[in-house]
Design a protein around this ligand. Structure first.
Ligand SMILES: N[C@@H](CCC(=O)N[C@@H](CS)C(=O)NCC(=O)O)C(=O)O
Length: 290
C-alpha cells in the first residue's frame, strides 16, 4: 500500500492534463467554427470578395494593409463585398481577394491585378518622379514603419492588444493563454527576422518617428499627398495612421502624430470622411471584440 502512495498525485496530475487537453481541443474547435467564414457566399461575377479580419471597437480594421486595400477599392469605385473572418490567403496572410473565380493574395499584388481588370489606376495623374517618390514612401511605411506598430502591440502594450485584438478578445480561457503565447512567439520571431526586433525600444520608436516625420513633410499643407487628388500612397498612409491614432492611441507614434504631425491626423480624418461615411455603422455591424 505504502509503495503505491506516490501514484495518487500522478494519477490526478495526468487526469488534469487530459481534462485540460480536451477543454483546449473543444474550445479551439468551437472558436475555429465561429471565426471561419459563415456565409457560403456565392461569388458574384464582376464583384471583388475582400477577405479581411473583422473590426474591433476602435477601428474598422486592425490591419493597415486591409484598410489600405478597402480604401483603394472605394477610391477606384471597384464593386466589392467584405468577408469578415480569419481565413488567410495561400500566403498565410490577410487581406486577400477572390474575383471571377481567381484568388489573389497580398494587397500590392491585388492592387496590380485589379488595376488591370478594372482599367483603374489611382496613380494615373502622377508624374514619373511623383510615382517614384510615392513608391518609395509606400515601401517605407509598409516594410518599415508598420513593424514599429507590431513592436508596440506585442512588446509594449500587450495587455491592450489582448483586449482589443479581434481574435484574442473572443478566445475563451484557458485557450487564450495558449493563443496569446503563440501570437507573441510568432510576432516576436517576425520582428527578429525582419531585423527591427534587434533594436532597443528607443531606437525602434525613433525609426517610426523618422518615417512619420518624412511622410508629414511630404504631405505638407496639401489635402492629399500629391495634391488635390488622392493616390495609392494616400490609402497606405490612411491605413497606417488610422490604426495608430485609433487602435493604439497611447503609443508614442500616435502621441507624435497628435502633438506634432497634425497634418497626418487631418489627412486621416479627410480620407475617412471622403471614403468611409459608413465607418461607424460597419464597426457596429461587424465588430467581433467585446
Ligand atoms: N504584404 C502584405 C502584408 C499583409 C500582412 O502582413 N498581414 C498581416 C495582418 S496586418 C497578417 O496577415 N499577419 C498574419 C501572419 O503573418 O501570420 C500585404 O500588403 O497584404
Amino acid at each position: 500500500m505504502a509503495e503505491n502512495f506516490w501514484k495518487v498525485p500522478i494519477f490526478f496530475f495526468v487526469s488534469f492534463c487530459i481534462f485540460l487537453f480536451i477543454i483546449l481541443v473543444v474550445q479551439a474547435f468551437m472558436l475555429f467554427k465561429k471565426l471561419m467564414p459563415k456565409s457560403n457566399r456565392r461569388l458574384r461575377d464582376g464583384v471583388v470578395l475582400l477577405h479581411q479580419m473583422p473590426p474591433n471597437n476602435r477601428v474598422l480594421n486592425v490591419s493597415p494593409p486591409s484598410l489600405k486595400l478597402e480604401t483603394y477599392l472605394r477610391m477606384c469605385n471597384i464593386p466589392y463585398e467584405s468577408e469578415y473572418s480569419f481565413k488567410t490567403s495561400t500566403k498565410g496572410k490577410v487581406p486577400w481577394i477572390e474575383y471571377n473565380g481567381r484568388s489573389v493574395a497580398d494587397s500590392n499584388f491585388i492592387v496590380r491585378f485589379l488595376n488591370e481588370e478594372f482599367k483603374a489606376d489611382p496613380d494615373a495623374h502622377l508624374s514619373v518622379v511623383e510615382k517614384a517618390i510615392a513608391h518609395t514612401m509606400i515601401v517605407t511605411l509598409e516594410e518599415n514603419t508598420y513593424w514599429t506598430v507590431m513592436y508596440h502591440i506585442v512588446e509594449v502594450d500587450l495587455a491592450d492588444t489582448k483586449t482589443m485584438s479581434p481574435l484574442l478578445s473572443v478566445t475563451p480561457y484557458p485557450l487564450k493563454y495558449v493563443a496569446s503565447w503563440l501570437f507573441c512567439r510568432a510576432l516576436k520571431n517576425y520582428l527578429w527576422s525582419h531585423g527591427i526586433g534587434r533594436h532597443t525600444k528607443e531606437e525602434i520608436y525613433s525609426i517610426a518617428e523618422n518615417d512619420l516625420r518624412a511622410a508629414s513633410e511630404l504631405l505638407g499643407k496639401k489635402k492629399y499627398i500629391m495634391g488635390t487628388k488622392p493616390c495609392l500612397l494616400d490609402a497606405v498612409l490612411f491605413g497606417l495612421v488610422s490604426v495608430l491614432i485609433w487602435n493604439v492611441p497611447t503609443s508614442p507614434q500616435a502621441n507624435l502624430i497628435r502633438s506634432e504631425l497634425k497634418n497626418l491626423e487631418r489627412h486621416c480624418y479627410n480620407i475617412k470622411e471622403e471614403y468611409f461615411p459608413d465607418w461607424d455603422q460597419l464597426i457596429l455591424k461587424h465588430k467581433i471584440s467585446q
